[in-house]
Ligand binder design. Structure first.
Ligand SMILES: NC(=O)c1ccc[n+]([C@@H]2O[C@H](COP(=O)([O-])OP(=O)(O)OC[C@H]3O[C@@H](n4cnc5c(N)ncnc54)[C@H](OP(=O)(O)O)[C@@H]3O)[C@@H](O)[C@H]2O)c1
Length: 242
């Protein structure tokens, strides 16, 4: 999958990693970049189409599908992280709504377009999808669930020629982790790593130095072996997806 001449949609594109992904897709020659945003979009480029897209709004998702004629790459990037301690069910629900049901519903809505183009779905998850970070347990649960969903979609859509990638992002310098005093990759590094992974056809993308340090262990690990074994159990109804 080359990004040049492709149509790419990035959710949560107005700041952070999403904004860097829009710039990186443009740099690689994307034909059109649809930039999902809830508010103003601080990017002015003739190849960028702003899309009003709160990923928790069924109505906005539907309107976005109608606006996007064809699509090659969907990047489910929008996300929230709340500092909680699992004492508040509403906090968990809110994070699941954005980080799990957001990509779930956006993906389902755009699947007909992606099947037509034999395109790619890219879900930005996190290192905390692989091991919980107790400072953000609700966020960890939501990313683990989104990662697991990515594995199922990968198997369910393989027969349709749609590739499904998980991005295991490590600490990256954005508003999301402003309070954490730890080494962080610049957003440009992470965005470049994500686009390299898409172009290299990597199932699981480790885009930054922290995530790269565990990439080999993951790819050769027991969880990956199990994923490949389980991927054989695809129901016949999988073709109904989208
Ligand atoms: N930064 C890291 O270290 C790190 C590490 C691992 C994974 N990630 C993941 O990478 C992705 C991007 O994170 P980031 O660091 O760039 O975060 P960020 O700077 O906080 O930006 C989050 C983006 O998501 C958008 N968003 C939040 N809720 C939304 C909703 N309901 N509908 C649509 N858009 C929504 C925000 O829009 P508004 O401006 O309207 O709020 C913003 O554009 C997230 O999925 C995050 O979990 C980040």
């Amino acid at each position: 999958m080359r990004i040049a001449d492709k149509a790419v949609l990035v959710t949560g594109a107005n700041r952070g990693i999403g904004q860097a992904l829009v710039h990186e897709a443009l740099r690689r020659g994307a034909r059109r970049v649809y930039a999902g945003t809830r508010g103003a979009l601080p990017i002015a480029d003739g190849r960028v189409t702003p899309l009003k897209l709160d990923v928790t709004s069924a109505e906005q998702i539907q309107r976005a599908v109608e606006e996007v004629g064809s699509l090659d790459v969907l990047i489910n990037n929008a996300g929230i992280a709340l500092y909680d301690d699992l004492n508040n069910p509403a906090s968990l629900e809110q994070q699941l709504a954005v980080n799990l049901f957001g990509p779930f519903n956006v993906t389902r809505a755009f699947l007909p377009l992606l099947k037509r183009s034999k395109g790619a779905i890219v879900n930005n998850v996190s290192l905390v999808a692989l091991a919980a970070l107790p400072a953000v347990p609700g966020y960890s649960i939501s990313k683990a669930a989104a990662f697991n969903m990515t594995q199922s979609l990968r198997a369910l859509l393989a027969g349709e020629g749609v590739s499904v990638h998980a991005v295991v992002i490590g600490p990256t310098d954005t508003d999301m982790n402003r309070g954490f005093d730890i080494p962080k990759a610049p957003v440009q590094t992470t965005a470049q790593g994500i686009c390299d992974g898409i172009e290299n056809g990597e199932e699981d993308i480790f885009p930054d130095p922290a995530s790269q340090s565990i990439a080999e262990g993951w790819r050769n690990g027991v969880a990956k072996v199990l994923e490949r074994q389980f991927a054989g159990f695809v129901p016949e109804t999988a073709t109904n997806l989208g």
